[in-house]
Design a protein around this ligand. Structure first.
Ligand code: AMP
Length: 464
């Protein structure tokens, strides 16, 4: 159905169509083809769409179109009140959404601005005071501005809740309620969510009026463009397996997920210790440093980005070919979000999950949610360099069976590292063991190209 739809048949203004051509978009994505006409018609919308489906344009284009009659070149701030408010759970997503709004509005006089926490609020105030029609914000920082009376929301006509499920997960419900209470009752609401939990349905009941429901893919479904695989592997073997995959992968950009900031930080340090240039960022570092890591990754200076769920939320990286779940998430919805980083806008992607026996229970929940079994592959872990290679039939590695037809298959049988009890955090290993471990991995890596790594961490920094 959507194959034949063109942007110019959706009733969009020439200024917007021109911006779409500038962006190189020719055909609307399914969510755009469905959401744009409905949003233009003026009703509330509840849309189930993952990041990567083109959902930003699906709400930004109709929103801009509806504000166009009010667009003006006036210099007075009063001529540019906030008329559309877009709330996002994370600063990274806020930045990306506002960049898109700016790109689509470039041939109009409509102004946009993004405000988020983690930076000096005073740097945002002068921009706000000049007046903007479209404000993109994280809830915490918006409330700061409301308290400081640096923003007025009494002329908001359109509210967008982007990644609403994540906003609830991150505990933004009280903030949302406070903000929504300040908006005019008469307004259009557009809610986007990758997953439809009962809490999301309740949020929709509370805040939307007779919403039209659109789903581009089954809710909680994963993208068919993404090849999903599970590698069963002992927790203590994950690091070696990761290094091996990185070595054998042609991917120029790999996003690696860990459950916690600590693991992300330690993992990037471990990679550094074996000669892989690492650009680690942790929760105590500044927003600028996080943006720098993301930019390095986007620019290809860093090939590997290690991220937690919160930090990675909303990352818009075109053509990301591979996502690796170093640890699978205990909340199955997070799996859907994570692998939504790859296979975007029709591109193909690979999502690999390392699953230790202790994590099997989470895998069961994920497969239940996505209503499909993820194929399991096993891979032989190479422990030493070619010069010392030999077969070791005596010691069976924990999960070392050769993968068949794997994209990352190991072609050589090699001597494996003796079964040595490894701490789950090698950083805290005793010095003697740590040196051995490092030497072994260094040997394995000797021939590997350098893979710069950036760790982008989140959690504590969200939106305040
Ligand atoms: P989103 O789901 O909004 O994060 O969009 C995912 C990616 O798809 C972004 O990089 C967009 O620039 C891109 N995109 C959005 N709409 C289109 C389109 N109609 N054609 C091609 N790419 C698009």
């Amino acid at each position: 159905m959507t194959e034949t739809v063109k942007f110019d048949s959706l009733g969009l203004a020439p200024e917007l169509l021109k911006a779409l051509t500038d962006s190189g978009y020719t055909t609307p994505t399914p969510i755009q083809a469905q959401a744009i006409p409905l949003a233009l018609a003026g009703g509330d919308l509840m849309a189930g769409a993952q990041t990567g489906t083109g959902k930003t344009a699906a709400f930004a284009l109709p929103l801009l179109q509806k504000l166009l009659p009010l667009a003006n070149h006036g210099t007075s701030p009063a001529k540019h009140p906030v008329r559309a408010l877009i709330l996002t759970p994370t600063r990274e997503l806020a930045i990306q959404v506002e960049e898109s709004v700016k790109a689509y509005a470039k041939h109009t006089p409509l102004r946009s601005l993004v405000v988020f926490g983690g930076v000096d609020i005073r740097t945002q105030t002068p921009h706000l005071k000049t007046g903007v029609e479209v404000l993109v914000a994280t809830p915490g920082r918006l409330l700061d501005h409301i308290e400081q009376k640096t923003v007025q929301l009494n002329q908001v006509q359109i509210l967008v809740l982007d990644e609403a499920d994540r906003m609830l997960d991150m505990g933004f419900m009280p903030d949302l309620k406070r903000i929504l209470a300040l908006l005019p009752k008469q307004r259009q609401n557009l809610m986007f969510s990758a997953t439809f939990s009962n809490d999301i349905k309740k949020l929709a009941d509370d805040f939307l009026t007779k919403p039209q429901l659109i789903e581009v893919a089954r809710s909680n479904a994963t993208n068919d463009n993404v090849t999903q695989k599970v590698y069963p592997v002992a927790q203590s073997d994950k690091e070696a397996l990761l290094i091996q995959l990185l070595k054998n992968s042609d991917s120029k950009q790999v996003l690696i997920f860990t459950k916690t900031k600590i693991t992300a930080s330690r993992l990037s340090r471990s990679l550094e210790r074996v000669g892989i240039a690492a650009d680690a960022i942790h929760g105590d570092k500044t927003q600028q440093e996080r943006i720098k890591a993301l930019d390095a990754f986007k620019a290809g200076t860093a090939t590997v980005l290690v991220a937690t769920d919160v930090a990675a939320r909303g990352l818009d990286i075109d053509q990301l070919p591979m996502v690796i779940n170093y640890e699978i998430p205990s909340a199955p919805e997070d799996y859907v979000h994570r692998i939504g980083r790859t296979g975007r806008a029709g591109a193909l992607g690979v999502a690999i999950s390392f699953v230790s026996p202790e994590e099997d229970k989470y895998l069961v929940e994920i497969e239940k949610l996505i209503k499909r079994q993820i194929s399991k592959e096993t891979i032989e872990i190479v422990r030493s360099s070619a010069s010392t290679r030999s077969h070791s039939n005596a010691s069976k590695p924990s999960y070392a069976r050769t993968a068949s037809a794997s994209a990352h298959q190991e072609t050589t049988a090699t001597k494996r590292m003796p079964a040595k009890k490894k701490s789950s955090d090698p950083w805290f290993d005793k010095p003697y063991e740590a040196v051995i471990a490092q030497q072994q991995v260094t040997d394995t890596l000797r021939a590997i190209r350098k893979v710069p790594v950036a760790a982008l961490l989140g959690g504590l920094l969200a939106s305040k």
